[in-house]
Design a protein around this ligand. Structure first.
Ligand SMILES: *Cc1c(COP(=O)(O)O)cnc(C)c1O
Length: 368
């Protein structure tokens, strides 16, 4: 037998990394918890599903095309999206979900000894991807639930390559308004890349919310992430993108092997963009059900944290991981937040009315 010492070849930063454990498929969980239906309120998915036009693409997809490689640079989709957003298609880079683009940006700009700056309680994938890539992570505590401008500026140094700002923030729903973002960008003054993760931009109702794309001409160090997973209901197809100044995007593109975005995802996303009813329908549903959920939680005297986005956080008088198991036995899956530095809190995605009612009833029984 070949003698082989695996640990000897594994970099320290990979050995140290605690692997993310994906949750098991729904049928396994339903058997485990003994339920015959399960409301998925853990991943901020769109309860309406993909837009009707995208559903039609999925129904009509020609099976023989499954044998054919997709466009390596999402050609038609970039062209259509570029028109819609008023940017050059070459400023857009698609990935296998926005999650893939996080890794591409780090690969393009970071080497050992470099660091990234982000918040301690935000979307965890920035931190995870940096850690298992050997990049130092500087986490700045949220201030009043928000990304802290002063705190983040204080941690930026000459080895800071990327600052990640989740706007609006998952899971707190807070956001930087236009003045705050412009102030931050002015004070960063081009010393580092600033990523604005706008995964929930399409849900935002506040008029002073700044769309990063409008700031690109003035800020060549800005990168905007968007995804088809949330508003567009295509999480299962894995498609997201980044937008930036052309030379910056050309640089990031070097770290990207083509074909990570499949043919079905490209076609469904293209159709989704032309559906006029989906976004208003989703926004109306989220607005109404969020108001319902917050009033029910208020009636239960539970502290909540919510703002923009299709999710709400709730603080419970019991452990969040215990609440997760109890709610699963009631057929409701939520996100326990201990692993995201919010012990005692859960995050609930906004679903259809029956799911919200079932969640509220299940939570009442859980806390009895
Ligand atoms: C869901 C989410 C993403 C990732 O989306 P994918 O395109 O599905 O990889 C990125 N950022 C935030 C803040 C998210 O909540």
């Amino acid at each position: 037998m070949t003698s082989f010492v695996l640990d000897a070849i594994v970099p320290e930063f990979v050995r140290q990394f605690k692997a993310y454990v994906p949750s098991r498929p729904d049928p396994e969980l339903m058997a485990l918890y003994g339920v015959s239906r399960l409301h998925r309120l853990n991943n901020n998915e769109n309860p309406l599903g993909p837009p009707a036009a995208a559903q039609e693409v999925l129904r009509r997809f020609p099976p023989p095309l499954g044998a054919v490689y997709p466009s390596g640079d999402s050609f038609y989709l970039r062209r259509r999206l570029g028109e819609r957003l008023g940017v050059d298609p070459d400023q857009i880079l698609f990935g296998n979900g926005a999650n893939e683009t996080i890794g591409l940006v780090l690969k393009a700009f970071c080497r050992e000894g470099d660091n990234i700056v982000t918040a301690d309680r935000t979307f965890a994938v920035y931190e995870w991807t940096a850690r298992f890539s050997g990049v130092e992570v500087r986490l700045v505590p949220l201030r009043d639930g928000r990304f802290d401008v002063e705190g983040m500026l204080a941690r930026i140094d000459e080895r800071t390559k990327v600052v990640f700002v989740c706007n609006p923030n998952n899971p707190t729903g807070t956001y930087w308004d236009r003045a705050t973002l412009l102030d931050f960008l002015a004070r960063v003054d081009g010393r580092t890349i600033v990523v604005l993760d706008e995964a929930y931009a399409e849900f935002v109702e506040s008029p002073d919310y700044p769309e990063g794309i409008s700031l690109l001409p003035e800020h060549p160090n800005l990168v905007v992430f968007r995804t088809f997973s949330k508003m567009w209901g295509l999480a299962g197809l894995r498609i997201g993108y980044l937008i930036g100044e052309r030379n910056l995007v050309d640089t990031v593109r070097r770290t990207c092997i083509v074909y990570s975005v499949n043919i079905v995802a490209q076609e469904a996303a293209l159709a989704a963009l032309d559906d006029p009813e989906h976004v208003p329908a989703t926004r109306a549903l989220v607005r109404g059900e969020k108001a319902y959920l917050l009033s029910e939680l208020g009636a239960m005297s539970l502290p909540t944290a919510s703002g923009e986005g299709n999710f709400v956080m709730v603080e419970l008088p019991i452990s969040d991981t215990l609440a997760y198991r109890k709610l699963m036995r009631e057929g409701v899956m939520i996100r326990a937040m201990t692993d995201f530095r919010f012990p005692g809190w859960i995050r609930v995605s906004i679903g259809c009315h029956d799911a919200m009612e079932d969640f509220v009833a299940a939570l009442r029984r859980t806390l009895e």
